[in-house]
Write a protein that binds this ligand. Structure first.
Ligand code: NAP
Length: 299
């Protein structure tokens, strides 16, 4: 199996991925996609379940997306995961879209069944399972502050919070207008006014923290080892939980601040794992082999 397949490979699939053993029938489709850990996780799951199918990376430029999707069908794909920057555009290419994905406005999982493309989003449900596994908590019981609520992941998590009617939802984002728009959009989900947007300056965030149980970082800030923490250790109260959706090998500055403050925290590996497990369940209608998938991610 190649590290990355291209649109050209998809056009000539019988000579490329289709001829691989086991034949590639699942993928993560994105641009860039070379960094994705999904193949190691899903190939371990496929092997553990004795399923004769491979999972590969597909590097697809936005200008190729519309032509790439019918090729998946023609080449007998079971489905695909979808990542940056295609999640929103994929929604418009589906025959049917799950209600949850429609509310999020993005598709991260496609299943091809009976000649039809059906789109789902497992990012929101994935973080619910991740928080349960990491902290033993239910999202719906928590007062949540989301950093980076203007991005794709932040939006998926915020919609999930709204669907679960969590106790309180505070949204912030570097571009503040995006957080405010999202707060307005989500307000009708709550019976009482419990969602608000606040500017991302430290003093404002600090004033929120005594009334927050869980901070979720869904911003891209932190991906570089040198990125500063949005919240220094000194402002983190002892009751706070921190979940950073970033899942690189390094501990982000936010997670290091949590360590320094002596509070509980987790990185995004569990969200990656559980959104992947939910995709597997959609494709195969059976429980995912979570432990083998986790081991493959940590290998
Ligand atoms: P995205 O749609 O491009 O959104 C990026 C977000 O980060 C925006 O809110 C953006 O704010 C903010 N941002 C970027 N640079 C920043 C900076 N220097 N300071 C403050 N905010 C900044 O990306 P995405 O797909 O949502 O991904 C965001 C993060 O989620 C990434 O770190 C990714 O690793 C993580 N993620 C994790 C999982 C998982 O399974 N664990 C899944 C998906 C994503 P503006 O609106 O102001 O530009």
């Amino acid at each position: 199996m190649k590290e990355v397949y291209t649109f050209g490979d998809l056009q000539d699939w019988r000579e490329s991925g289709g001829a691989d053993e086991p034949p590639i029938r699942l993928s993560v489709l994105g641009d860039p996609v070379a960094h994705s850990k999904s193949p190691q996780m899903h190939n371990a799951a496929l092997r553990a379940c004795g399923l004769a199918a491979g999972y590969a990376r597909l590097q697809i430029h936005p200008s190729e997306l519309e032509r790439a999707v019918p090729l998946l069908m023609r080449n007998d794909f079971i489905g695909t995961n979808v990542t940056i920057p295609h999640k929103a555009a994929m929604l418009g290419l589906m025959d049917e879209v799950d209600e949850h994905a429609r509310k999020i406005g993005a598709v991260n999982t496609v299943v091809i069944r009976d000649g039809k493309l059906r789109g789902y989003n497992t990012d929101g449900p994935g973080i619910v399972r991740a928080l349960r596994a990491e902290f033993g908590v239910e999202l719906r019981d928590l007062r949540v502050l989301i950093l980076g609520a203007g991005g794709g992941a932040g939006r998926a998590i915020a919609v999930q919070c709204a669907l679960e009617q969590c106790e309180r939802l505070v949204l912030t984002n570097r571009t503040f207008a995006k957080a405010r728009l999202l707060a307005d959009e989500l307000a009708p989900y709550f019976e009482t006014p419990r969602v608000t947007a606040v500017p991302p300056d430290l003093e404002t965030l600090r004033a929120q923290l005594p009334h927050i149980d869980l901070v979720i970082n869904a911003s891209a800030s932190g991906m570089q080892n040198t990125d500063p923490s949005p919240l220094p250790a000194a402002v983190l109260p002892q009751h706070l939980l921190i979940y950073d959706t970033i899942y690189g090998a390094h501990r982000t500055a936010l997670l290091r601040a949590a360590d320094e403050a002596g509070i509980r925290s987790a990185n995004g590996l569990s969200m990656l794992l559980h959104q992947g497990a939910l995709s597997f369940e959609i494709w195969f209608d059976r429980p995912a082999p979570i432990e083998q998938m986790r081991a493959a991610l940590l290998a």
